[in-house]
Design a protein around this ligand. Structure first.
Ligand SMILES: [Zn+2]
Ligand SMILES: [Zn+2]
Ligand SMILES: [Zn+2]
Ligand SMILES: [Zn+2]
Length: 348
């Protein structure tokens, strides 16, 4: 069947091409196709969505970036023993970039569509990803913004309140090593923290985590744990409270305090815990004359260290007559395109 776009009378409005046979699309034409089986965009080894870069052997078997690092240069394709070197599969990468799928949390309220290669990273930050209730006897799951309400209604009796003044003011946590979990809640921002014990042969690992999507939003916290017995003192300070969707029983490989058996007396651990809100590096950009008689200040927060300015997220655009000078503390420059985006959004 003849494609209507290749009809001679349409030729004048098309982009010029040096390749005579190539069918040209109109500048603003968008066409979409239906993919009947999304599995073709998953890695054949780990079955997770393929991400960029994707690699291939000379026979065209593909493997995701993560598995590529594990197959030690040997193609995992069926019956294939070709090397899988640094050959990228650009065709598949283009498909991944242009295949947009709705977030898997659509039914819980997320309205975002993301390119298939970003599915995994979006789900780590999506506020609608399903969190499990930190009470180990409860099967409830719900979005991050409703799990707090559920916990307060059903499990308040065996949890601890934590101060909303985030300055390492410590709270006593008494945890039964066998029960493994103690939940703390903060009422102002509606946060749930979990202190967890992992008993193994030589002692107990203790961690503090927060129930939330692992890469969500701006608020970040650090914590300090200490344990004292018979004049001995164990203290651990973590640069960041990690976030998780579900309490699990896997022994952590980082961010934990370890209490050796020789310092344990009985089943109970008496800990002192301090949680501190991390200072976010504020960015400010001043623009005059955009709105007559006032100045536009673009305020954002660095969510990565200061040398990675590209990670800036514009949090807020404010038109103010006279901003407080405190706004300029720790301010760093913003890239031009980020300013452009903020302006576009604020004028809209
Ligand atoms: Zn894989
Ligand atoms: Zn192969
Ligand atoms: Zn989402
Ligand atoms: Zn529950």
């Amino acid at each position: 069947m003849e494609d209507s776009n290749s009809h001679p009378q349409n030729q004048t409005s098309k982009r010029k091409s040096s390749h005579p046979q190539k069918k040209q699309r109109m500048e603003n034409e968008t066409r979409s196709a239906k993919l009947l089986d999304l599995d073709v965009l998953d890695c054949p080894v780990c079955f997770e969505p393929l991400t960029i870069p994707t690699f291939q052997c000379d026979d065209g078997h593909i493997v995701c970036n993560f598995c590529f690092a594990k197959v030690s240069n040997k193609c995992p394709g069926p019956g294939c023993d070709l090397p899988i070197g640094n050959k990228r599969c650009f065709a598949m990468e283009r498909v991944l970039e242009s295949a947009f799928v709705p977030c898997q949390n659509t039914e819980f309220g997320c309205t975002k569509s993301v390119s298939y290669e970003k599915v995994s990273s979006h789900e780590k930050e999506c506020n609608y990803s399903q969190c499990s209730c930190p009470n180990l006897e409860c099967n409830y799951t719900g979005s991050y913004n409703i799990i707090y309400g559920h916990f307060m209604r059903h499990h308040l009796y065996n949890s601890t309140i934590i101060s909303s003044k985030w300055g390492y003011s410590t709270v006593d946590v008494l945890i039964n090593i066998k029960e493994k979990v103690s939940v703390l809640w903060e009422s102002r921002q509606k946060l749930l923290f979990v202190v967890q014990c992992f008993k193994e042969r030589h002692g107990v690992y203790v961690t503090v985590r927060r129930i939330a999507p692992p890469a969500s939003e701006f608020k970040k916290f650090s914590y300090r744990l200490s344990y004292s017995i018979d004049g001995h003192n164990v203290t651990y300070e973590s640069p960041e409270v990690k976030r998780l969707l579900e309490v699990n029983s896997q022994i952590p490989d980082d961010s934990f305090m370890f209490v050796p058996n020789c310092l344990l007396h009985g089943e109970m651990l008496e800990l002192k815990l301090g949680i501190k809100k991390l200072k976010q590096n504020c960015i400010i950009q001043k623009l005059s004359g955009l709105v007559p008689g006032s100045v536009l200040y673009i305020v954002g927060f660095l969510i990565k260290p200061a040398n990675e300015v590209q990670q800036v997220t514009i949090a807020q655009e404010t038109v103010m007559e006279d901003p407080p000078t405190s706004m300029f503390k720790n301010s760093v420059p913003i890239r031009e395109d980020q300013i452009q985006n903020a302006i576009t959004n604020s004028i809209r």
